[in-house]
Each structure stands twice: as structure tokens, then as C-alpha cells.
Design a binder for this molecule. Structure first.
Ligand SMILES: [Zn+2]
Length: 85
């Protein structure tokens, strides 16, 4: 699961980050860009394909590709058995 924090003062948002890292980045952003403002804005949460890092995104792509290959293989098997009948 990953969170993305949106700034309520400007268009800034953190990358998808797991755990307290996103909150930390948001607080850092407020300290730098909006000194004296209480950190606010909304938090976006997602469960699948979490993380802004390339490794996890790559893993997601591999899973999707594997599913596609399985679907195509299944379709081919169904077509092949259909011809024999
Ligand atoms: Zn901001």
C-alpha cells in the first residue's frame, strides 16, 4: 500500500511512498514552501502496484505480461481443440 500526499496550498504532491515517508516529505515541503502553515491537503491511497520506484513498477508490468501470455495461450488451446472437433 502506498500514499501520495497533496499540498493544500499549491499543486505539489509527493511521489507514491509507503509508510511515513510521504508524510515526512509533505512536512518538509510545507517547511520549505509554506512556512508557518499547518500541513494539510488530501492523502491518496492505493493498494496495488505501490511505490514510485522502478523495481515495483517493473514487477507490475511483468505480472500483466504474464497474464496476457496466459490468456493468449489459453485462446490458442481453445482454438486448436475447436478445430479438431
Ligand atoms: Zn505547497
Amino acid at each position: 500500500m502506498a500514499n501520495r500526499y497533496w499540498c493544500s496550498e499549491c499543486t505539489f504532491r509527493t511521489p507514491w511512498l509507503a509508510g511515513p515517508e510521504g508524510r515526512r516529505r509533505q512536512i518538509e515541503h510545507y517547511a520549505r514552501k509554506h512556512p508557518g502553515t499547518q500541513p494539510g491537503g488530501q492523502v491518496e491511497t492505493r493498494r496495488r502496484c505501490a511505490g514510485g520506484d522502478r523495481g515495483r513498477r517493473h514487477l507490475c508490468a511483468v505480472v500483466v505480461l504474464a497474464l496476457l501470455v496466459t490468456a493468449v495461450a489459453l485462446a490458442l488451446v481453445i482454438m486448436a481443440t475447436g478445430h479438431r472437433r
